[in-house]
Design a protein. Structure first.
Lengths: 301, 184
C-alpha cells in the first residue's frame, strides 16, 4: 500500500514535467509558424507560469463557486462534520472547509492548494444515499486527495491544459496575419518555411495530447486516493459499498461542468460509460478509471 | 587547494544531512506526543458529554435508576482512573458497556428515542468514540513512522548517540481482552 502511494507520486511528477515539455514544444511550434523560435518558446513558458501562479491562489474559490457549493451548517450537517473531524484526527490533517452542493446526484470533491487551505464538498444526494460507513469512505477518499496534494496537482494540470489551448489558439490565429504565407500585394518576396508545417501539426496535436495527459494524471490520482482512503478508515468495505452505490446510480451531477469533472469522486458526466462500452482511445480521455476497476482493486486489499 | 574544497564540500553535505535527519526525528517525536494528547482530549470530551446525556434520559426514564447510576459510576471511575494506558482503557471499556445499556433504553421509551437532544447526544458520543479510535490509530501510525526512521540506515547510528529511543505502540489487545465489568 505504501509502495503504491510512492510510485503514484513519482508518476505524477513525471506527468507534470511532461506538461512543461509540451508547453515548451507548443512555444517552439509557435515560433516555427511565425518564424521566431526561442522568443516564442520563452513567451509560452512565461504565460504558462503566470497562469499557474494566479490559479494557485484562487482555484479553490472558483471551483466551489461554479459548483454552487455553500458552507455546511454544523448543526444541520452534524454527522458530516463529525465524520470529517474524526478522519482528520486519523490522518493528522487540519479540518478542511466543509461544503454542501444542492444536487440529487451522489458525488463529492475536494479542492484547495495545501492541507491548510483546503475544502471538501459533498452533494445532498450523497448525504441521503450513503450510510455512515459509506459516507466515511467517501470523505476519506476526498481527504486523501488533500493529504496527497492531488488538489494542487489537478489544479496545475487544468491550468496547463488551459495554457496549451490558449497558446495553440493564439498561434493558429496569428497565421492569418502573417504566418500563413498567403500571398498579398505588398508582401516581401516569399521565404520558404517548410518547418512551419511541422509547427502546424504540433499545434493541432498539442491540445489533444494535453487533454489525454490531464486525464491520465486524474486516473492515477483516483486510484491512489481510493487506496489511501482505506488506509485512513482501515475499513475497505465502506468505500467499496459506496462505490457500488455510485455505480448503480445513473444521475448526472448537474453542478459539475467539464472544467471541474476531474475533481469529483465519480465521473459526473453521462456518456462516458462506466460500462466500458467505448473502449480503446476513448478511455484515454476519461478522468476516472471505470468504477469496476476501482472496486476490484479495493477488494484485493 | 582542491583537496580543501572537496573536504569542505563533504563536511557541509554531512552537516546538512545531520541537521535534516535530526529535525526529522524531532518532528516525528513531537507528532507522537501531539497524537497522544489528542487521545486524551477525545476521551475527556466523551466524559464531558455523559452528564448531559444522563440528565436527558432522566427526564423520560427516571425510574431506570440502576442503569443511570451504573453509567455515572463508570464515568467517575474513568475520571479517577490512574494515568496508565491499560487502566484507562479498562475504565473506558466499562463505560462503553454501560452506555450501550443506556442507549438500549431508547428502544423501550419511544418519547426518548424521538427526543432531538437524545439523538444529538447519541450522534456526538458515537462519533467521539470513533474519534478516540482514530486518535489511537494516528498515534500508532506516528510511532511507526518514527521507529522506522530511527532504525533505518544510516540514521540509526547517530540517533543512538543523541539518545532517541524507540516508542511503544498503543496495544488495544490487553484492554480489549479484559471484558467490561458492569456492577449492579
Amino acid at each position: 500500500m505504501y509502495d503504491l502511494i510512492q510510485s503514484n507520486k513519482r508518476r505524477s511528477v513525471l506527468l507534470v514535467a511532461g506538461f512543461v515539455i509540451l508547453l515548451a514544444l507548443v512555444g517552439a511550434a509557435f515560433g516555427l509558424v511565425i518564424g521566431n523560435g526561442p522568443i516564442a518558446t520563452l513567451i509560452a513558458l512565461l504565460v504558462g507560469g503566470a497562469i499557474a501562479f494566479a490559479s494557485y491562489w484562487k482555484a479553490d474559490k472558483i471551483a466551489l463557486a461554479i459548483s454552487r457549493a455553500r458552507p455546511a451548517d454544523p448543526e444541520r450537517y452534524a454527522r458530516l462534520h463529525n465524520l470529517v473531524e474524526g478522519l482528520c484526527i486519523a490522518s493528522g490533517l487540519p479540518k478542511p472547509g466543509v461544503y454542501v452542493v444542492d444536487d440529487p446526484a451522489p458525488n463529492a470533491f475536494a479542492t484547495g492548494r495545501n492541507p491548510r487551505h483546503a475544502s471538501i464538498a459533498v452533494t445532498t444526494g450523497l448525504l441521503e444515499m450513503m450510510n455512515r460507513v459509506e459516507l466515511e469512505g467517501v470523505v476519506a477518499h476526498e481527504l486523501s486527495h488533500i493529504r496527497n496534494y492531488d488538489i494542487l496537482v489537478s489544479t496545475l494540470a487544468v491550468t496547463m491544459v488551459g495554457a496549451v489551448a490558449l497558446l495553440t489558439d493564439l498561434a493558429i490565429r496569428t497565421m492569418w496575419w502573417n504566418g500563413g504565407r498567403v500571398r498579398r500585394s505588398g508582401d516581401r518576396p516569399d521565404r520558404n518555411n517548410p518547418l512551419a508545417l511541422v509547427g502546424f501539426a504540433l499545434l493541432i496535436l498539442a491540445p489533444i495530447v494535453a487533454k489525454a495527459m490531464q486525464a491520465a494524471i486524474s486516473r492515477q490520482r483516483e486510484t491512489l486516493a481510493d487506496v489511501s482512503a482505506c488506509q485512513m478508515t482501515r475499513y475497505p468495505p465502506g468505500l467499496i459499498s459506496a462505490l457500488e452505490k455510485l455505480q448503480a446510480d445513473t444521475t448526472v451531477t448537474h453542478a459539475a461542468s467539464t472544467a471541474t469533472a476531474h475533481l469529483w469522486i465519480e465521473q459526473p458526466m453521462s456518456g462516458v460509460g462506466d460500462e466500458g462500452r467505448l473502449g480503446g482511445p476513448h478511455r484515454w480521455f476519461n478522468t476516472h478509471p471505470p468504477l469496476e476497476e476501482r472496486i476490484a482493486l479495493l477488494r484485493e486489499l | 587547494m582542491w583537496f580543501f574544497i572537496i573536504v569542505l564540500i563533504i563536511v557541509v553535505a554531512l552537516l546538512a544531512y545531520l541537521i535534516s535527519a535530526y529535525n526529522g526525528l524531532i518532528r516525528r517525536r513531537n507528532q507522537i506526543e501531539n497524537a497522544w494528547s489528542q487521545i486524551d482530549v477525545q476521551l475527556k470530551r466523551r466524559l464531558d458529554l455523559i452528564p448531559n446525556l444522563v440528565e436527558t434520559v432522566k427526564g423520560y426514564a427516571a425510574h431506570e435508576k440502576e442503569t443511570l447510576d451504573a453509567v455515572i459510576r463508570a464515568r467517575n471511575a474513568a475520571v479517577a482512573a490512574p494515568d496508565t494506558p491499560v487502566a484507562q482503557a479498562r475504565a473506558e471499556n466499562a463505560l462503553t458497556g454501560t452506555l450501550r445499556q443506556l442507549f438500549a433504553l431508547g428502544e423501550a421509551y419511544p418519547d426518548l428515542k424521538a427526543n432531538q437532544n437524545f439523538l444529538a447526544l447519541q450522534e456526538e458520543l458515537s462519533s467521539t468514540e470513533g474519534r478516540v479510535a482514530y486518535a489511537r490509530q494516528f498515534y500508532n501510525d506516528s510511532v511507526l513512522g518514527y521507529n522506522n526512521k530511527l532504525q533505518q540506515f544510516p540514521t540509526m547510528y547517530f540517533a543512538k548517540m543523541l539518545k532517541f529511543e524507540r516508542r511503544e505502540y498503543f496495544e488495544a489487545d490487553e484492554a480489549a481482552r479484559s471484558t467490561p465489568t458492569v456492577e449492579f
